[in-house]
Write a protein that binds this ligand. Structure first.
Ligand code: NAD
Length: 471
C-alpha cells in the first residue's frame, strides 16, 4: 500500500518510471536522483511564558546542477527529513520543467505555527536563518528560500532582515529569499502566483479539444464543476481565478470538514463565513460533510487538492469521480494511486508542472533584487507614448475618435504586475505544451507526470554532461 512508502521513495518511483524513457546511463541517473545534502538543526525556543522548547528544523538541497538552489520553508508539525528530501527533489524537477535556472531545495521547521505567538514565530524564524547562514545554506547565489505551507511574506521578511543584518555591504543580500512583502524587496503578483499558475495550467489542459473529448468533457473553463481541498494561499487563489473564468466551485474541504452545493459556492462568501464562525461548515445553502476527505470523492469535473501530500491513495482512488485531478499541492496523489487513476482514464495534471507558479515568480523577484530595478520602470512610459502616437494615427486615418476610457486602456504601458503575470502565463502555457508533446511522443505508457519527469531529467542530465563528468 502506497501509504507505507515514504514520500521521497514515491518521488523516486516516478523518477524511475520516467528514467526508463530517457536512455541515460545508470550513474548519471543515480546522481540526479540523490538528495545531495540535508542539514538538520536543533535549537531552543524561549516561549512567551518563559518555558523552553526544543525545535527541530531542516534544509535539504537536492541538486546543485544550477545555483542558487531554491525551495520553500514549511512550518508544520509533521515535517521530517524524508519530506524535505522529497520536496527538494520535486523542486529540482519543477524548476527544470518550467526552465527556471535553479537547483532544488526545501526547508522545514517542525512546529504547528498556529499554536505559537507572532513573537515566538519571529524568534524561531530568525534563529533558523542564523543556523542556515552558519552552514552556508542560504544566500542569493547559494540557496534561496520562499514561503510554503504554514509560512508567508511575514516570515520571509524576518529571514531577509536577519540575513541582511549579518551581511553588511552585500549588495545583493535582498535576493537571499523570495516571497517578501513588496515594500521589502518583494514583487507584485507573488502572493497569488502559485494559485494563478495552477489556474493557467488547468485552463491550458482544459482547452485541448482532443484531450477533453477523451475524458468526456467540453473544452474550456466555463461551467466546469470544481472541488478544492485546502483554502490556503494556493487553493484560495486558484479557486478565485477559476471562479472568475466561469468555473463553478461545488465543494470545499478544510481541516475542520467539507461543504458542497451543486449549484455552486461563492468563494468570498465562504471565506467571510469562515472568518466570522471559524469554520467553513454550516455555510447557508451548502451541505456539510463531516469527514473533510470525503470531499475528494464528490461528483465533479476537476478536483484540486491544494493542502498536503498523500491525500489520494490506492484506497480512495477507485472512488474518485473527478475527470481531472489538478495537483496544486506537492505530492497529493501517491504513485500507486496515479497508476489506478491512469487506468481509469483520469487526467492528472502533475505537481512538478502545475504548482510551479510560485517558483516562476520567485525567479522574477530574485532577478529584480539582483538588478535593483522594478520591472516596467524603464519602458512603461515610452511604450505608453508610442501607443498614444499610434492611436492618434488611427484616429486621423479612420476619422474615428477614441473615448477617454478607450485611450487609457489601449495606450497603457505594462507595469510590474502586468509583466509578472505575462511572464507567468507564458511560462505555464509553454511548459504545458512541452510536456504534452513528450507525452504524445512516448505513447500510451506515459502520462503527463512521466512526461514532465522525462523533460526534467533530460534537462538536468544535460547540465551534468556539459560539465564533462558524465558521458
Ligand atoms: P497554506 O498553509 O497557505 O494553506 C494550506 C491550507 O490547507 C490551509 O488552509 C489548511 O487549513 C488546509 N489544510 C491542511 N490540512 C488539510 C486537510 N487535511 N484537509 C483540508 N484542508 C487542509 O499552504 P499553501 O502555501 O497554500 O500550500 C499548500 C500546498 O501547496 C502544499 O503542498 C505546498 O507545498 C504547495 N505549494 C505551495 C506553494 C506556495 O507558493 N505557497 C508553491 C508550490 C507548492
Amino acid at each position: 500500500m502506497s501509504g507505507r512508502i515514504s514520500f521521497f521513495a514515491q518521488v523516486n518511483r516516478n523518477f524511475d518510471k520516467a528514467a526508463a524513457f530517457t536512455g541515460l546511463g545508470r550513474d548519471l541517473l543515480r546522481q540526479i536522483k540523490q538528495c545531495n545534502c540535508v542539514y538538520q538543526v536543533v535549537f531552543p525556543l524561549k516561549r512567551d511564558d518563559g518555558s523552553i522548547e526544543v525545535i527541530r528544523a531542516y534544509r535539504a538541497e537536492h541538486s546543485q546542477h544550477k545555483l542558487p538552489t531554491k525551495g520553500g520553508i514549511r512550518y508544520a508539525p509533521n515535517v521530517n527529513e524524508d519530506e524535505v528530501k522529497a520536496l527538494s527533489a520535486l523542486m529540482t524537477y519543477k524548476c527544470a520543467v518550467v526552465d527556471v535556472p535553479f537547483g532544488g531545495a526545501k526547508g522545514g521547521i517542525k512546529i504547528n505555527p498556529w499554536k505559537y505567538s507572532e513573537a515566538e514565530l519571529e524568534r524561531v524564524t530568525r534563529r533558523y536563518t542564523v543556523e542556515l547562514i552558519r552552514k552556508n545554506f542560504i544566500g542569493p547565489g547559494i540557496d534561496v528560500p520562499a514561503p510554503d505551507f504554514g509560512s508567508g511574506a511575514r516570515e520571509m521578511s524576518w529571514i531577509a532582515d536577519t540575513y541582511m543584518m549579518m551581511s553588511t555591504g552585500e549588495l545583493d543580500a535582498m535576493g537571499c529569499v523570495t516571497g517578501k512583502p513588496v515594500a521589502q524587496g518583494g514583487i507584485r503578483g507573488r502572493t497569488e502566483a502559485t494559485g494563478l499558475g495552477v489556474f493557467y495550467g488547468i485552463r491550458e489542459a482544459c482547452s485541448q479539444p482532443e484531450d477533453m473529448k477523451q475524458i468526456g468533457l467540453d473544452p474550456g473553463m466555463e461551467g466546469k464543476r470544481v472541488v478544492v481541498q485546502g483554502l490556503g494561499n494556493v487553493g484560495y487563489h486558484a479557486a478565485r481565478f477559476i471562479q472568475d473564468a466561469g468555473g463553478v466551485l461545488v465543494g470545499f474541504a478544510e481541516y475542520e470538514g467539507a461543504i458542497y452545493s451543486y449549484k455552486g459556492l461563492d468563494l468570498e462568501a465562504v471565506m467571510n463565513h469562515r472568518k466570522e464562525t471559524g469554520s467553513i461548515l454550516d455555510f447557508p445553502g451548502a451541505k456539510n460533510l463531516p469527514n473533510s476527505s470525503d470531499a475528494l470523492e464528490l461528483d465533479c469535473d476537476i478536483l484540486i487538492p491544494a493542502a498536503l501530500e498523500n491525500q489520494i491513495h490506492s484506497e480512495n482512488a477507485p472512488r474518485i469521480k473527478a475527470k481531472v485531478i489538478a495537483e496544486a499541492a506537492n505530492g497529493p496523489v501517491t504513485s500507486d494511486a496515479s497508476e489506478l487513476l491512469k487506468e481509469r482514464g483520469v487526467l492528472v495534471i502533475p505537481d512538478n508542472f502545475l504548482n510551479a507558479g510560485g517558483v516562476i515568480v520567485s525567479y522574477f523577484e530574485w532577478i529584480k533584487n539582483l538588478s535593483h530595478v522594478r520591472f516596467g520602470r524603464m519602458g512603461r512610459r515610452f511604450d505608453q507614448q508610442a501607443y498614444q502616437r499610434l492611436l492618434k494615427g488611427v484616429e486621423q486615418a479612420t476619422n474615428h475618435s477614441f473615448s477617454e476610457a478607450e485611450y487609457t486602456e489601449l495606450a497603457r504601458g505594462a507595469d510590474e504586475l502586468d509583466l509578472v503575470r505575462s511572464g507567468l502565463e507564458d511560462t505555464m502555457v509553454t511548459a504545458y505544451h512541452s510536456i504534452r508533446e513528450i507525452k504524445l511522443q512516448k505513447g500510451e505508457k506515459a502520462d503527463l507526470r512521466t512526461a514532465a519527469f522525462v523533460d526534467a531529467i533530460t534537462k538536468v542530465a544535460l547540465c551534468y554532461q556539459e560539465l564533462g563528468i558524465f558521458p
